[in-house]
Design a protein around this ligand. Structure first.
Ligand SMILES: [Zn+2]
Length: 297
C-alpha cells in the first residue's frame, strides 16, 4: 500500500491563491505523490505533503538512506558537488563579481561549494546543514556549520554578501518566507543571492522531498516577490548534460525599490504543454545521444 501524505496545502506557496488543479500523480519510493497547478500564477507544488514534524523526522532518518543508501558522503556525490561548484563559480565570475567577504550556503552538504568559493575569493565561509554526517565532513574541511538557520549567531546579521541555496529551495515548506528572511536579516546591502533548482520543463523531478517544482517563470516570480531583482537566470545541464536545460541557476540582488510594495505576479501559461514538450525532447535526446543527455561525473 502506498503511503498517503497527510498535510494539504490550501494556498499557493507563491501567490496565496486557493485555486489549484491536479497536475500530476504518481507513486514513488512507496509514497503517493500529487502535484497541483496554481490557476492564478502557474506554480506547481506537492499537496498533500508531509507535516513539518514528519519532514524533520524524514530528513533525520530517511532522506539520505532513500536516495543514496549510505549516510557518509560518497565519492560520486563529491565529484558531482565539485563539478557543480566549479560551474557556479564560473557563472558568478562571468557576472563580474570580483570580491566576496562572507558566504552563507544553506544546505551546504559537504562544504565543497563554500570551499570552492573561498579558494577564489578568500571569503568567510558559513554553512547550514541539518544532516549530521555531512555537517561533520564540512567541519573537518574547515567550514563553520550550523544545523539550522535559527542556530546562526546574531552577530552575522546583515553580514553575508553571498547567500546560496543549491538544490534546496524546492525542499523548503515556505520558500517565499525563507527568501524574505534571508534578504531582510542576513544579507549585506548590495549582496548576491544564488539559487539552483531542477527545471520543471526538463527534469522529471517529482519526489516526496520536492515540495515545489519551479519553472523559469515561477522561480523568477518567487524571487521578485521576496524583494529581489533577478540579474541572471541560466538554464543549463551542468554537470550532467551539455544539451539539456535540466537545471535553473538564478542570480539576484535585493531590489532597490521598496521591497514591501507588493508586485503583481504574472501568470505562467501553458505549463502542461511546456513540460510535456521539454520531457519529450529529453526522451528523444536520451535515445539518440544518451551520453549527452546524462553523463557520468
Ligand atoms: Zn499561485
Amino acid at each position: 500500500m502506498p503511503i498517503t501524505l497527510q498535510q494539504p496545502v490550501a494556498a499557493c506557496p507563491l501567490c496565496g491563491s486557493p485555486r489549484h488543479t491536479l497536475f500530476d500523480t504518481r507513486v514513488l519510493h512507496g509514497y503517493e505523490l500529487t502535484n497541483r497547478l496554481c490557476q492564478a500564477c502557474g506554480l506547481v507544488f506537492l499537496s498533500p505533503r508531509m507535516s513539518e514534524e514528519q519532514l524533520a523526522h524524514f530528513y533525520a532518518e530517511e532522506y539520505r538512506d532513500l536516495y543514496h543508501q549510505v549516510k557518509e558522503p560518497r565519492a560520486e556525490d563529491l565529484a558531482v558537488q565539485t563539478a557543480r561548484a566549479n560551474h557556479l563559480l564560473d557563472l558568478v565570475r562571468r557576472q563580474g563579481v570580483a570580491q566576496l567577504q562572507a558566504h552563507l550556503d544553506i544546505g551546504c552538504s559537504t562544504g565543497i561549494l563554500l570551499n570552492t568559493f573561498k579558494s577564489q575569493f578568500g571569503d568567510r565561509a558559513t554553512g547550514i546543514e541539518l544532516d549530521e554526517a555531512h555537517r561533520a565532513y564540512a567541519q573537518n574541511h574547515g567550514i563553520t556549520v550550523y544545523p539550522a538557520l535559527v542556530d546562526l549567531p546574531g552577530e552575522n546579521e546583515k553580514q553575508f554578501d553571498l547567500v546560496s541555496l543549491i538544490h534546496v529551495l524546492e525542499h523548503l515548506p515556505d520558500p517565499l518566507q525563507t527568501l524574505i528572511s534571508l534578504r531582510s536579516r542576513w544579507m549585506a546591502t548590495g549582496g548576491w543571492l544564488m539559487l539552483e533548482v531542477p527545471n520543471l520543463y526538463c527534469h522529471d523531478s517529482f519526489e516526496v522531498a520536492h515540495l515545489t517544482s519551479f519553472s523559469p517563470a515561477t522561480l523568477s516570480a518567487m524571487v521578485e516577490q521576496a524583494g529581489f531583482t533577478v540579474v541572471r537566470l541560466a538554464k543549463h545541464g551542468q554537470p550532467r548534460s551539455d544539451l539539456l536545460p535540466l537545471y535553473l541557476t538564478l542570480l539576484a540582488r535585493p531590489a532597490t525599490a521598496s521591497p514591501s510594495t507588493p508586485q503583481p505576479i504574472h501568470r505562467e501559461a501553458g505549463v502542461h504543454l511546456k513540460r510535456q514538450t521539454g520531457l519529450a525532447c529529453r526522451r528523444l535526446i536520451t535515445r539518440l545521444a544518451p551520453s549527452r543527455a546524462w553523463k557520468a561525473v
